[in-house]
Design a protein around this ligand. Structure first.
Ligand code: XIL
Length: 349
C-alpha cells in the first residue's frame, strides 16, 4: 500500500512537471531526458515502434517530450522496406523520420545489414543467386535505403552484429558467400549513398565480451588502415540484472575512442526475471545509471539510446522467456526509479 501511494505521488508530480520546460536550478535534476541531453551534450534517444507512433497519442507525446534522438526499431530493416523483391514499403520509416523532423529529433538509421529480419525472397532465393548477383543485391539495398534518407540521418548502423559471441567473424550468409570484404564494401557504399552520415559498426555484449571486443577492434583497425569510411562503434547495451554489471565497459569504450572513433550506446535496456520487485527496480536503476555515466565520461560518446522507452511496447518479453520490465517507463508510461537515476546525473554538484 505504502509503495503504491508513494508511486501515485511521484507519478502525479511527474505528470505536472513533465510537460513544462522548467529550467534546472542549482542542486536539482533536469526535468526531462531532453533537458539532460541539452545540458550534457550527449543526445538521448529511444527506439520507435512505427505502429505505436501512429496509433498511441500518449506514447507519441511522451516520446517527443523526452527524447532528442530516435531509431526506427524495425521500420528500416530489409524485411520491412522490401518485403517482395522490388516492392518497397517506406510507410513506417518515413513516418518516424517525419515525426523526428517535426520534433527536433536527430536520427540513427538502423540497420543496412543484419542476418535477421531479411526478406524471404532473399533468404529463400539465396542459393540460386551467384556471388556477383548477391553482391549487387546488397549494394542496391544500401543505395535504396541510405539513398532515400540521404542527408537526414545523423548516424547509420551500417553493419549490425557481424561478430560471433566469443569472437571471430559471424557465420552469416554474407560472410559465407561474400567473404570478410563485404564489411568494407558496406561502409564504402553507405558513404557514397549518404556522405553526411556517421557510419557505425554496432553489436551487443561489447560491454563485457572481451573476445568479441577484440575481433571488433581488429575489424575496425583494418578498415581504418585501408582508408574505409568508418566513424563509430555502437554498444547496444542490452543488460540483465541477473548478471553482474559489466564493469569493463568504460575500458572497452576507450579502446575504440583511442583510435579516434566516436562511440554510442545504441540499444540500452535492462531486463529482469519477473516478477518486478522494488529491489530489482533499484538494481535496474544503478545499471541504467552506470551505462549513461560511462557515456557521459567519455568525450567521444555522442548518444545514449534506449531500446524502447516503455514496457508498453518492448521486445524483451517476446525474446527472453520469463523476463521483462526492461524500459525506463512502465506499461502505464509511469517513470521508474531508473528514469530518475538518469536525470540525477544532470544534477549540479
Ligand atoms: C529487435 C526488435 O526490438 C524486435 O521488435 C524485433 O522483432 C527483432 O529485433 N539487436 C538489434 C535490434 O540490433 O534490431 C533488435 O531489435 C534487438 C537486438
Amino acid at each position: 500500500m505504502k509503495i503504491r501511494s508513494a508511486l501515485i505521488v511521484i507519478t502525479s508530480a511527474f505528470m505536472l512537471t513533465a510537460g513544462a520546460a522548467v529550467p534546472a536550478t542549482a542542486g536539482h535534476s533536469p526535468h526531462t531526458l531532453r533537458a539532460l541531453a541539452k545540458k550534457t551534450g550527449v543526445r538521448i534517444g529511444s527506439a520507435v515502434d512505427a505502429d505505436a507512433l501512429a496509433a498511441d497519442r500518449d506514447y507519441r507525446r511522451l516520446l517527443n517530450r523526452q527524447f532528442n534522438h530516435v531509431t526506427a526499431e524495425n521500420a528500416k530493416k530489409w524485411a520491412l522496406v522490401e518485403p517482395e523483391r522490388g516492392v518497397f514499403d517506406w510507410s513506417g520509416a518515413d513516418a518516424i523520420v517525419r515525426n523526428a523532423k517535426r520534433n527536433g529529433q536527430q536520427i540513427r538509421g538502423h540497420t543496412l545489414l543484419w542476418h535477421n529480419q531479411l526478406p524471404e525472397w532473399l533468404t529463400e532465393g539465396e542459393p540460386n543467386f551467384t556471388t556477383a548477383e548477391l553482391r549487387s543485391i546488397l549494394r542496391k539495398h544500401v543505395f535504396d535505403v541510405a539513398g532515400r534518407y540521404r542527408g537526414q540521418i545523423r548516424a547509420w548502423d551500417v553493419v549490425n552484429e557481424v561478430v560471433e559471441d566469443g569472437g571471430g567473424f559471424r557465420n552469416t550468409l554474407w560472410f559465407r558467400r561474400l567473404g570478410e570484404g563485404y564489411i568494407a564494401d558496406m561502409f564504402r557504399w553507405a558513404h557514397q549513398a549518404d556522405p553526411h552520415a556517421k557510419l557505425y559498426i554496432n553489436d551487443y555484449n561489447l560491454e563485457w565480451d572481451t573476445a568479441k571486443v577484440q575481433t571488433t577492434f581488429e575489424i575496425v583497425t583494418d578498415l581504418l588502415a585501408a582508408g574505409v569510411p568508418i566513424h563509430g562503434v555502437g554498444f547496444q547495451g542490452h543488460l540483465g540484472i541477473q548478471f553482474d554489471y559489466p564493469t569493463a565497459f568504460p575500458e572497452h569504450m576507450k579502446r575504440f575512442t583511442d583510435l579516434g572513433l566516436e562511440v554510442a550506446v545504441t540499444e540500452a535496456d535492462v531486463r529482469m526475471v519477473l516478477p518486478v520487485t522494488a529491489e530489482k527496480e533499484a538494481t535496474q536503476a544503478t545499471y541504467y545509471q552506470n551505462l549513461l555515466r560511462t557515456c557521459l565520461e567519455n568525450r567521444k560518446c555522442t548518444e545514449f539510446t534506449t531500446w524502447g522507452y516503455t514496457d508498453r511496447y518492448q521486445w524483451v518479453p517476446g525474446f527472453f522467456e520469463g523476463e521483462g520490465s526492461a524500459a525506463l517507463f512502465d506499461e502505464d508510461l509511469v517513470p521508474k526509479p531508473a528514469y530518475f537515476a538518469l536525470l540525477a546525473l544532470g544534477r549540479k554538484k
